[in-house]
Design a protein around this ligand. Sequence first.
Ligand code: COA
Length: 196
Amino acid sequence: MTPNSAAPSVRDARPDELDAAIALLDVAFERDPFVGWLTRGDARARRRYVTLVTRRLIAPRGRVLVDDSLRAVALWMPPGGWNLPLGTQLAMLPTLARVVGTRRLFRIAKVSAAIEEGRPAAHWYLALVGTSPAARGTGLGSAVVEAGLALARAEGVPALLETSNSANVRWYERFGFAIRRRLDPPDAPPVWTLST
Ligand SMILES: CC(C)(COP(=O)(O)OP(=O)(O)OC[C@H]1O[C@@H](n2cnc3c(N)ncnc32)[C@H](O)[C@@H]1OP(=O)(O)O)[C@@H](O)C(=O)NCCC(=O)NCCS
């Protein structure tokens, strides 16, 4: 981006744009180590996972932020957003079982609990961010991340995320994220937890 070019404008995805947002994230996470492990390298499971996170977790209670041309998407969960009613959690279980495999459910729950340990009570959480491959390097990913960080700053709470891609750590450090922990779950890719 040249210094004079306008900053990309960021807004909430409309309900009729969620399918496009899901398709974009699905492609963006094709090579993500943790999502690949979670979904056992199965493309249909990955699509289900991205749909679950976008439609059922984030859209009803968080922010699906997109750039105006819908080439970058960031899913942000607000403080308290993970406190899901038991009924909501149970309703998601069958889909989750199809994503990770019924026999792996308990193991995935243990890894998730280890990752979530020590999170501050109030925070904005960046669940997924992706830019369509052809639009990378043009500032769109930064724009949707910055928009969520502004929400966290306005509330005086930190922003959190996890990544299993060490290259992404450097990208996130540009925004003021710093590594809190590195986890090495057995048989799973390493995971870095970062916070502002
Ligand atoms: C990470 C991602 C969202 C960045 O989106 P983007 O729109 O290309 O990012 P921006 O254009 O705002 O930033 C590009 C800048 O960051 C750098 N950059 C992009 N991805 C990077 C990475 N993974 N590691 C380090 N630097 C990176 C670029 O070289 C560029 O640098 P420059 O400004 O000096 O030219 C995008 O690469 C993507 O969708 N990746 C696959 C999904 C993913 O890994 N998401 C994060 C999972 S935790």
